[in-house]
Design a protein around this ligand. Structure first.
Ligand code: P6P
Length: 281
């Protein structure tokens, strides 16, 4: 019998050729919005429907939760998958990177990030890659046009000499303590911010540094969703030897009360996370 987590990951991989091939003609906005109030592109809906179809076809999957859907689709199974089907889809109009974020939880959602068994993301960049964290290690693969997955990096770890930073939100909305922290960081690192979390997180995984979307004056909870973005990305970066935080503690120690709950989100080298928590403390 095949490993059930492998079957979940393979189901995500099986959507890649269709999603990548379907982007060019799905750049229009749908009439509706997602549960977070974000406008939905046709590509968001398409990727979400593909993921639901493929993941619910896996016997081990008991539920599929999506950033694009109000509630969880439940079935018989063991594991619960949360996905942001197309993180950064607003980049489609400007032809910049975006991708799919997913987490495989051992408990019904919403639940603690410590219940993650695997997490990862598919990055639709100049090439298509998957970064996967499971079993205490992070692997990077290339996914070819025919859906073949080829490992290119084993035991991926954050570089010890950080290079890049990127923070979301409008600067006037940054709280004073955070703005002061950024003043120090920008004197040490190079700005890399693309508007798609996983593109920016992949820069941090590649070059070292820190990415974040802080709590803002007018939006103290920040923008990014804990279950669909915070937990999976924190699990990847912490497995790669880095750290995560909501400004106080690891994102993995947080349990959302609501499925679409937002959180301030920071991931990167532990030196920068430690300094952030000291600055906001
Ligand atoms: P802003 C994309 O919409 C997203 O959810 C993340 O992928 C990204 O990091 C952030 O929002 C970008 O937000 O406010 O810079 O457009």
């Amino acid at each position: 019998m095949s490993d059930p987590i492998d079957a979940v990951v393979d189901a995500v991989v099986s959507t890649v050729p269709d999603v990548r091939g379907g982007l060019a003609n799905r750049r229009s906005y749908e009439s509706g919005a997602n549960p977070s109030g974000d406008r939905q592109l046709a590509a968001d809906v398409y990727a979400d429907e593909l993921l639901e179809d493929r993941l619910l076809g896996v016997d081990a999957v008991a539920g599929y939760a999506s950033e694009e859907r109000e509630s969880i689709v439940r079935t018989e199974g063991r594991y619960y998958v949360a996905a942001d089907p197309l993180d950064g889809s607003s980049n489609l109009k400007s032809n910049n990177a975006m991708g799919t974020v997913f987490g495989v939880y051992d408990e019904p959602l919403p639940t603690s990030g410590r219940d993650l068994l695997a997490s990862g993301f598919v990055l639709y960049g100049p090439i298509t890659t998957m970064v996967l964290a499971r079993g205490g290690t992070v692997t990077e693969s290339v996914i070819d046009a025919d859906g073949t997955r080829r490992t290119v990096t084993e035991d991926l770890t954050l570089p010890e000499d950080p290079t890049v930073y990127g923070f979301g939100g409008r600067v006037p909305q940054w709280r004073d303590a955070f703005a002061g922290y950024v003043s120090a960081v920008e004197a040490e690192l190079k700005l890399r911010y693309s508007g798609a979390m996983i593109g920016d997180v992949n820069q941090v995984l590649t070059y070292g540094g820190i990415f974040g979307y802080p709590g803002l004056r007018d939006r103290p909870e920040g923008k990014l969703r804990l279950c669909f973005e915070g937990h999976p990305i924190a699990h990847v970066v912490e497995t790669a030897g880095g750290a995560s935080s909501n400004g106080e503690r690891s994102l993995l120690d947080l349990t959302p009360e609501r499925l679409h709950e937002r959180t301030p989100l920071f991931v990167g080298n532990d030196e920068y996370i430690d300094r952030l928590e000291a600055a906001l403390g």
